[in-house]
Design a protein around this ligand. Sequence first.
Ligand SMILES: Nc1ncnc2c1ncn2[C@@H]1O[C@H](COP(=O)(O)OP(=O)(O)OP(=O)(O)O)[C@@H](O)[C@H]1O
Length: 370
Amino acid sequence: MATITLSQLTHRYGAGQLGLSDIDLEVAEGEFVALIGPSGSGKTTLLRTIAGFLRPSSGVIRIGEREVVSHDGAWVPPERRRLGMVFQDHAVWPHLSVQKNVSYPLRRTGTPRRDLDTRVAEVIEQVGLSDYASRMPNQLSGGQRQRVALARAIVARPQALLLDEALSALDEPLRARLRMEIKRLTREEHLTTVHVTHDRAEAIALADRLVVLNHGEIVQIGTPQQLLREPASSFVATFLADATRFHGVVSGHRFYPQHPHLRPPAGITWVDQHQRGESTHHATLTVSPDDVRLTRLDPTATPPEDHARVVSVLHGQHGVEVSIDWAGTATRVFQRSTDLVEGDAVRVEIGHARLFVGGPARQDATVGAW
Ligand SMILES: Nc1ncnc2c1ncn2[C@@H]1O[C@H](COP(=O)(O)OP(=O)(O)OP(=O)(O)O)[C@@H](O)[C@H]1O
């Protein structure tokens, strides 16, 4: 296993489109890192650059002891980087059995027969396919084919494992099971892993550290708990925890919201992002869906001015997601259970909020789709 180090990595596509901007990142030996961010933020570009499918415009990539992309233009092609890759679409060879698919990387490098048989049997067992070794891919389920792809990616003990939406094509509950198995397997094999996913729950469940990208830049790196507890910007709070943003101004250490009815709660965490020379008075209050309480108002009485309306109520396995319209601001609220229904008038109370003062203007841009 190896450390992956990226230094000042920048990529511009042919049309001038910025893919990556000045990325510095070190993935430690045996660490599991997930790349997350809105659509177009650069996740795929970054993974493809590490894999060697894309040659960055500038910067250095080191995998283990070796520079695979250097300042002086030196370049190691993908097949010589000793990386394992798993894509979304079960890329296994249809004309080869499970055993032959998995053993292929070892046959290619001329591994002696006995070593090959032992290692292939070991990996096939690790992914739970021992009873299927002689089957052809068309006799397997989607989940089983993805396990074959995973076994083939790790059989040659790669320096690192790259996962590109590897679980996205699978349905629950299979997806959740394979997610846990990947976690176990990467730990057992002490695999350095970089995982691109659109699924925040998956990233949070699997990763030792999350790398949040936006506009081709890293906007925050940290453990899932750190990022959830201490998002560095209103963008990260909104993106990772579905927080709602309310804009306003700060003056004399008080927040004045634009939102006509918002009463800032007593529990505010101030995050001062003020940058010298910038206008500092703009501020964004983020409210996490867990920190809002809703009380149904008497439907026969005229609702007070600051009421909100329930727009939708989605019951799920682990609770209820209530969306409200609060003077034009769509706000998400998580509740353990509720008897609220669409159209109800509610009173809104905020338990805790984070106030981001100043900071880069573009973090307030639309978060975008996953
Ligand atoms: N082949 C290409 N030519 C030009 N621009 C590209 C190309 N591929 C990606 N881009 C641009 O580079 C930026 C980063 O794209 P990338 O595909 O890495 O994002 P992503 O985070 O993986 O997005 P998604 O979640 O939608 O897959 C985007 O602005 C995108 O439009």
